[in-house]
Design a protein around this ligand. Structure first.
Ligand SMILES: Cc1ncc(COP(=O)(O)O)c(C=O)c1O
Length: 377
């Protein structure tokens, strides 16, 4: 048991009440009032015409790109610094991810590398809003429209982030979300796809429900999947959305307190936030510049663990992982991705974290650095 875990769900509102209500109503599968309510509210919050709940953020991606027509042999441009699901969803379709680097100023895909990654097989781009920060969607959409590509936003980690004042989820051809237990808004396992096109929404509903035409029972025009989310899970999500401001505002305070403390420690670099971005406060993340800090990121993880505090390294760059080592990589080298992969650290971030907990984490990170300096002196 950790003294301070890395994440913990805040389900202290009406989650239990609504789940019990869903169970008592006997609507426990994928139809029911909470499914309808969640989909309506979530689409309104994302400023899109449709939101479709689904089983998790991975199948949300699979649905979105299938619905957009991705086929075997096609290519999709993705950042290598993302969770594996982004690339896996492309492979589920028999297509190939083409990896590009991130922009060190946003930690999201670098739009200036997209054009060189385009080939005659390219069909689309998955723009990941990494660690709550929106990708530079205007630049990405502009290139996409010149080349006739679709753009999917992977907003799994960026609930309600804003890009130039507009909510993520509404900025591409489709967008996907995760409601896994460590996410800002959660139902344990869950996901959603948001879209504006009626036609695409219909296709996604068909694919989500085993390929059945939603307007014609037991008529299956295509092979689909069972990717639906339950009314019980949507009950939790409805309760979470009711407490949206409360959940977000405590998280913003947590981020501010971390930032104030960590900014004082040489070699600890805070997440950059672009002037046009309103960041979603998901996990507090920093880079440990080991030459300046005096220890590696992995030593910080061990040092925190020794005091009962859990933390996480950033994702291992996907282009270096066995299933993707032979996938195309633009420019052969992705130096910013590699730097984030080796120096990025996610700190405990959840609403029940106290100010004292935050100060303890900051103090240990500070001590780990100065302890080394003292030894060296
Ligand atoms: C960027 C990104 N995409 C996709 C996913 C997949 O979501 P899920 O775990 O709900 O399948 C995650 C999950 O954490 C993620 O961080």
């Amino acid at each position: 048991m950790w003294k301070i875990p890395v994440a913990s769900a805040d389900v202290t509102g009406k989650e239990e009440e609504y789940v019990v209500e869903a169970i008592r109503s006997s609507w426990i599968s994928s139809s029911g009032a909470f499914v309808d309510r969640f989909e309506k509210e979530f689409s309104e919050l994302c400023d899109t015409k449709h939101a479709l709940s689904c089983a998790n953020g991975t199948v949300a991606l699979h649905l979105a790109i299938l619905g957009l027509g991705l086929r075997p042999g096609d290519e999709v441009i993705v950042p290598s610094m993302t969770y594996i699901a982004t690339a896996n969803a492309v492979r589920y379709c028999g297509a190939e991810p083409v990896f590009i680097d991130i922009d060190p100023n946003t930690w999201c895909m670098d739009p200036t590398q997209i054009e060189e990654a385009i080939t005659p097989r390219t069909r689309g781009i998955i723009a990941v809003h990494l660690l709550g920060h929106p990708a530079d969607m205007d630049a990405i959409n502009e290139i996409a429209s010149i080349h006739g590509l679709w753009v999917v936003e992977d907003a799994a980690e960026a609930h309600f982030a804003l890009y130039k004042g507009k909510p993520v989820g509404s900025l591409g051809s489709a967008a996907t979300f995760s409601f896994f237990g460590n996410k800002l808004f959660t139902c344990g396992e869950g996901g959603a796809v948001t879209v504006n096109s009626d036609q695409l929404s219909l296709r996604l509903k068909t694919l989500r429900g085993q390929g059945m035409d939603p307007r014609k029972r037991y008529y299956f025009p295509v092979i689909g999947y069972n990717y639906r989310l339950t009314n019980v899970a949507c009950a939790m999500l409805c309760a979470q959305l009711e407490r949206r401001s409360e959940i977000m505002s405590r998280r913003i305070e947590i981020f501010q307190r971390y930032n104030e403390g960590l900014a004082q420690i040489p070699g600890v670099r805070l997440q950059p936030i672009a002037s046009w971005a309103t960041h979603s406060p998901w996990m507090h993340a920093v880079l440990i510049d080991s030459t300046e800090y005096g220890r590696t990121r992995d030593e910080v993880i061990s040092g925190l663990a020794a005091k009962g505090i859990d933390s996480r390294p950033f994702f291992v760059p996907i282009h270096t992982l066995p299933p993707y080592q032979n996938s195309p990589v633009v420019r052969d080298l992705l130096p910013h991705t590699d730097f984030l992969g080796s120096s990025g650290l996610m700190l405990p971030t959840y609403n029940a974290l106290t100010n004292e907990d935050i100060d303890t984490v900051v103090h240990i990170i500070s001590e780990l650095s100065t302890a080394r300096l003292r030894r060296a002196a």
